[in-house]
Design a binder for this molecule. Structure first.
Ligand code: COA
Ligand code: AMP
Length: 630
């Protein structure tokens, strides 16, 4: 089927389209209809159906006689470990861990936090929760204890499943002290913790609270899949918003399985038994959808890679993994390719490996710059496909659907809207604009199955964050243009979210941390362009007039505080002390103008600026940090 035929089939009869797609999923009680809009804007998909995501991801493949097929390949160039897990083995591991949880009182609807590095057990933990209808919330390992504590208090889990450590190049990150500190900080108290002990750093257990996950699994009675309602939450995944309080994106079970299964065939062009590799982390939405759920629901083999694109051990590591495991499609963030290109611009490592299995490269998570796309196309000789989506949607909003047809590529554009999404560009008053006109990227409601129905315990915030600016539409938070052929280009965020190495971070959250530094009167954090990571956060600190602290001490404290409270992943290393911040006459900090100066871009003096002289001071401060770089 052509892309146009698929999109039109959805648009002319969304109900029939999604009911047809729902047949590729096993239901214990098939849904009688797709959409229920009685409670709009809280739309429900497949609400009266019952199913289990773990059954669809694991057991049904074993039952169909494919138990010997590889489900997961764990490949860690950091530890040197390689482990291949069949669907039958995954069923055994998952049902045992589900048994451990069930025996300790975890039932349908209970929350379980998963705090694990990129190991197969992280996927097993997610599936084990899904198996018994528990709601997992995976927290990325690069976050600090405070961020984990915030999530514990919001999700109020009964249990936490954690690894004893993560391994970053050159250092072992002990997770257990972070976990203990987070539990200590959080007001909500968990019943128990299961710790997966890794030999690189064993965790000290707290008697009565912590248990060894491996030992508990060996002693457990395997648990069966528990059917859940189509709208029951499968997981909560926290993502950055405009404040320090992250948003708990809720993922409904039924629509998620239906939509992801559709994407594997139609967007990624992957069939059962083929090897798919998302080089991301289970802590992010890409990891949830394309390391764990989608490849398994589709009966593929998923690679769980614990490494970096460079330095583990070299810029050829991605090509080695593709050759060793016969990877058909690789999905990663452009920053990973920028890192490889920087180390190996001529692609000498590429030539050393047999990449004949590779048929496509998918990029998402941040803007894919033309240089990177062209380099990847030249080196790999396969379609390089940029696609655009968000934690909130769980799968691509705009893409080039290789499985349907490879549409002409327009470099710099992630291509066209996928079935389910009516993407429009709106002006400030909420009116659609003509082609090629910049505006807010919005999606006409309802969003398709699998997308967020609300935020965890925060219906009001869901509405105010996404639905109130443009009534009848979902506000994506991105600005962009659509051309006459329907190709979208993402230009910028309309809020204070920045994207650092494909990681979504809130400058507002960093400002909240910095405002707590002694002696700091006010502050601003902006995202400046970075050739490797896309953006980097940069802080500007104004001190109280009576402050005696030296600017260099304040900057050092600021860097330390953000690392301790948000985590190393914030990559907050650039900061300076200034006398004043540029503001409008009504007191709004002119962050956009500061970004333009830092990036060396031309800008128009804002008509509402209070004192233009301050911009000169900002430019002087930026020079001390080496900006602008061009
Ligand atoms: N646990 C603990 N610390 C972590 C971590 C984890 N899971 N992940 C990252 N960190 C730390 C890093 O060690 C680094 O610490 P440092 O300041 O002591 O060096 C810091 O967080 C920043 O990490 P990162 O932004 O990843 O930078 P990097 O310099 O280590 O690596 C890249 C740069 C480009 C190689 C890396 O970001 C990468 O591989 N990106 C791929 C894109 C990706 O996975 N995106 C996810 C969405 S698709
Ligand atoms: P996350 O929720 O972490 O996946 O981040 C989503 C945000 O990342 C989007 O709203 C965009 O700002 C940005 N993003 C993701 N994919 C792309 C892309 N292909 N091109 C440009 N920006 C992207």
């Amino acid at each position: 089927m052509s892309y146009r035929a698929a999109y039109d089939a959805w648009k002319s009869d969304p109900e029939a389209f999604w009911m047809e797609q729902s047949k590729s999923i096993d239901w214990t009680k098939p849904p009688s209809r797709a959409l229920d809009d009685a409670d709009a804007p809280f739309y429900k998909w497949f609400a009266d159906g019952e199913m289990n995501t773990c059954w669809n991801a694991v057991d049904r493949h074993v039952e169909a006689g494919n138990g010997a097929r590889l489900a997961l390949i764990y490949d860690s160039p950091i530890t040197g470990d390689l482990r291949k897990i069949t669907y039958a083995e995954l069923q055994e591991m998952t049902s045992r861990l589900a048994g451990v949880l069930a025996e300790r009182g975890i039932t349908k609807g209970d929350r379980v936090i998963v705090y694990m590095p990129m190991i197969a057990e992280a996927v097993v933990a997610m599936l084990a929760c899904a198996r018994i209808g528990a709601v997992h919330s995976v927290v990325f390992g690069g976050f600090a204890a405070h961020e984990l504590a915030v999530r514990i208090d919001d999700a109020t889990p009964k249990a936490i499943i954690a690894g004893s450590c993560g391994i970053e190049p050159g250092r072992v990150v002990a997770y257990k002290p972070l976990l203990d500190a987070a539990i200590e900080q959080a007001e909500h108290k968990v019943d128990f913790c299961l710790i997966h002990q890794r030999s690189q750093q064993l965790a000290e257990m707290i008697a009565g609270r912590d248990e060894d996950m491996g030992e508990a699994m060996a002693a457990a009675t395997p648990a069966d899949c528990v059917p859940v309602g189509g709208m029951d939450p499968l997981y909560i995944l926290y993502t950055s918003g405009t404040t320090g309080q992250p948003k708990g994106v809720v993922r409904p079970a039924g629509g998620h399985a239906v939509a992801l299964d559709w994407t594997m065939r139609n967007i990624y062009d992957i069939a059962p038994g083929e090897v798919f590799w998302a080089a991301s982390d289970v802590g992010w939405v890409v990891g949830h959808s394309y390391i764990c759920y989608a490849p398994l629901i589709a009966g593929c083999t998923s690679v769980v890679f614990e490494g970096k694109p460079v330095g583990t051990p070299d810029a050829g590591t991605f090509w080695r993994v593709i050759e060793d495991h016969g990877v058909k499609s690789l999905f990663t963030a452009p920053t990973a390719f920028r890192a490889i290109k920087r180390e190996d611009p001529e692609g000498e490592f590429v030539g050393k490996y047999d990449l004949s299995s590779l048929k496509s490269l998918f990029l998402a998570g941040e803007r894919a710059d033309p240089d990177t796309i062209i380099w990847a196309q030249n080196q790999l000789g396969v379609p390089v496909i940029d696609h655009w989506w968000q934690t909130e949607t769980g799968f691509a909003i705009v893409a080039n659907p290789l499985g349907l047809e490879h549409l002409p590529v327009k470099i710099g554009s992630p291509s066209v809207a996928m079935p389910g999404y009516d993407v429009v560009i709106l002006d400030e008053a909420g009116h659609p604009v003509p082609p090629d006109t910049l505006g807010a990227v919005a999606i006409k409601l309802p969003l398709p199955p699998g997308t967020l129905p609300t935020l965890w315990n925060a219906d009001q915030r869901f509405q105010s964050s996404y639905l109130t600016t443009f009534p009848g539409y979902y506000e994506t938070g991105d600005a962009g243009v659509i051309d006459a052929d329907g190709y979208l280009k993402i230009m910028a965020r309309t809020d204070d979210v920045i994207n650092v190495a494909g990681h979504r971070l809130s400058t507002g959250a960093m400002e909240e941390v910095l405002a707590g530094l002694p002696g700091v009167a006010e502050c601003a954090v902006i995202g400046v362009s970075d050739p490797l990571k896309g953006q980097l956060p940069m802080g500007f600190l104004c001190l109280n007039s009576n402050s005696k602290a030296s600017p260099s001490d304040v900057v050092a404290d600021a860097v330390k505080k953000v690392r301790n409270e948000i985590g190393p992943v914030a990559a907050f290393k650039l900061a300076c002390v200034v006398n004043r911040l540029p503001k409008t006459r009504s007191g709004k900090i002119l962050r956009g103008t500061m970004v333009k100066i830092a990036d060396g871009d031309s800008f128009k003096m804002p008509a509402t600026i209070d004192d233009p002289e301050i911009l000169t001071e900002i430019a002087e401060a930026l020079k001390t940090l080496g900006y602008p770089q061009k």
